[in-house]
Design a binder for this molecule. Structure first.
Ligand code: SF4
Length: 142
């Protein structure tokens, strides 16, 4: 499946390439999509298994985003535990390094509930980092 595209502003670091392969992460199919560029402008997309892949490829060429997962140190009942956290929505890949610095420096006092906002609006992305599980005092590493 391939189709002509209207001019899309490509991210600066990709403009010199003629062809880029991206792996669509939208569903478990993981289609490898080929994006062809002509003089820094998106020309053709091929290899996508469905319409969502085309959208994903265009996003990858302009403002790629990913969900960030990590852990945060929590002290609860005098004991330390690692709390799994993730961004509540994908954030720009450009913000990943800075976001990881913020997460790495974050320390919490428990208890906390799954879904609690651990860091609000991380790096000004408008996206919160949330707890992926609960930590209670009686079983701090639940
Ligand atoms: S292109 Fe469609 S079928 Fe292929 S991985 Fe993306 S969402 Fe799934």
């Amino acid at each position: 499946m391939s189709q002509k595209h209207k001019a899309i502003e490509i991210a600066d670091d990709l403009k010199r390439a003629d062809e880029i392969k991206v792996c669509c992460t939208t569903c478990p199919q993981e289609c490898v999509i080929t994006v062809q560029l002509k003089r820094g402008v998106l020309d053709r997309v091929a290899g996508e298994g469905c319409k969502r892949g085309k959208k994903f490829a265009q996003k990858e060429m302009t403002t790629p985003e990913r969900t960030l997962t990590s852990t945060v140190m929590v002290t609860c009942g005098g004991k330390a535990a690692l709390l799994p956290v993730k961004t509540a929505a994908p954030i720009p890949k450009k913000a990943m390094t800075l976001a990881m610095d913020v997460i790495r420096k974050t320390k919490l006092i428990g208890p906390c509930q799954m879904g609690d906002v651990v860091i609000a609006n991380i790096c000004g992305t408008g996206v919160d980092v949330v707890a992926c599980r609960s930590i209670k005092e009686e079983n701090h590493a639940c």
